[in-house]
Ligand binder design. Structure first.
Ligand SMILES: [Zn+2]
Length: 104
């Protein structure tokens, strides 16, 4: 399980989603790299249409090199800094970043 992020072939800067040019150095060639874990930064719960449970939206920094991702969490976290396991889930025809909260 992982999420593919975009890594600049010139300077190694990582971004998500992919960009046409590297925001760090301007190079136009990037490669997809898989990231498996992230550290939770912040989250919020929003009512989800047609669902029993609210949608939990979070920001998390992929470990160890980034980038910061906006993703959905499977369950409510307890504190910032919690370790997350990243995965992609297909929703409405698109692969979107999701994470589960790992036990401390
Ligand atoms: Zn670059």
């Amino acid at each position: 399980m992982s999420v593919d992020v975009s890594q600049c072939r010139a300077c190694g800067h990582r971004v998500y989603p992919a960009r046409l040019w590297c925001p760090a150095c301007g190079h136009d060639r990037a490669q997809a790299v898989a990231v498996e874990y992230a550290e939770l930064q912040a989250w919020t719960a929003m009512p989800a249409k047609g669902a029993d449970a609210p949608a939990i939206i979070a920001t998390a920094r992929a470990c160890p090199q980034g980038p910061v991702l906006v993703l959905r969490l499977e369950e409510m976290p307890s504190h910032a800094g919690q370790r997350l396991r990243l995965f992609e889930r297909r929703m409405q025809g698109q692969s979107l970043p999701w994470a589960s909260v790992l036990p401390a």
